[in-house]
Design a protein around this ligand. Structure first.
Ligand SMILES: C[S@@+](CC[C@H](N)C(=O)[O-])C[C@H]1O[C@@H](n2cnc3c(N)ncnc32)[C@H](O)[C@@H]1O
Length: 249
């Protein structure tokens, strides 16, 4: 993981800035402002995504799941998984040193939650560490929320986690798409040009990530439409992403 290069923008800190957080640096803020100039809806999309994470965790708890593997968990902000599911065991995973350091601070004194500093593509390392806290013979919710669009092969990344979990387990995904908003492709190129490759995917590609799982209602939808809590007037495409939760049959 090493010392973070705070002169380079990083997705974890850009997202923190978009959410109004305080754990970001000048380079992250400058880049985030460029993204906002291209895609003024980016902060709203970040909030919609974060709200989905909470609703997905609540749905998992309602489903009787009390163990979470939160891949690409990010810089702790409001509504972290262990706060939404206080009785659960939670393993957070991130490869950003700042996200890991702040997660360690936030989790001090929480014996049932931990952070693993790892690349989620290194599933062996992640799963070995996760097994210290999570019992994979019981249902687990794997959260891959707003992270798979940072990996080139999302299916291959997810496969070992899918193989590690058993019946009744869940996989929750949100994933950026350029299906409706051309600015997403422009933003993707801006991320890429600063060394942060991104991979927006179509609805069909996002749906394929949960192949073989039983999709919980309402299926694969714009993120704001996944079990919305109130009749909001947000245009669904403002999510800039799809969301879904699948259950292992
Ligand atoms: C947009 S944030 C999402 C945070 C949180 N999951 C949420 O939805 O609120 C994406 C996070 O994924 C992390 N990330 C991206 N690629 C990763 C990888 N290959 N391995 C581990 N973490 C990764 C970033 O560091 C960042 O913290």
């Amino acid at each position: 993981m090493g010392t973070p290069d705070t002169d380079q923008p990083h997705p974890a800190r850009i997202y923190d800035y978009l959410l109004g957080g305080a754990f970001n640096f000048a380079a992250d803020r400058a880049f985030a402002e460029q993204i906002i100039a291209t895609m003024p809806g980016a902060p709203l999309a970040a909030r919609i995504n974060r709200d989905f994470l909470r609703r997905a965790v609540q749905a998992a708890v309602a489903d009787g799941v009390d163990q979470f593997l939160d891949l690409g968990s990010g810089i702790p902000t409001v509504g972290n998984t262990h706060e939404v599911a206080p009785a659960a065991r939670v393993v957070y995973v991130d490869h950003d040193a700042i996200a890991v350091a702040h997660s360690r601070d936030v989790l001090a004194g929480h014996p049932d939650a931990t952070i693993v500093a790892a690349d989620i593509r290194d599933a062996d390392t992640v799963l070995t560490a996760a097994r210290e806290l999570i019992d994979f013979s019981r249902p687990v919710a794997v959260l891959a929320v707003a992270v798979l669009h940072f990996v080139p092969d999302a299916e291959a990344t997810l496969a070992p986690y899918r193989a590690a979990i058993g019946p009744g387990s869940l996989i929750a995904i949100s994933h950026a798409t350029h299906d409706a908003e051309p600015g997403v492709e422009q933003a993707r190129r801006m991320y890429e040009s600063r060394g942060m490759p991104g991979f927006a995917r179509t609805k069909a590609e996002v749906t394929a990530l949960l192949d073989g799982l039983t999709l919980l209602p309402p299926g694969v939808v714009w993120t704001s439409r996944w079990r919305p809590e109130a009749d909001d007037d947000i245009e669904p495409t403002a999510s800039l992403a799809y969301a879904a939760v699948g259950r292992v049959p």
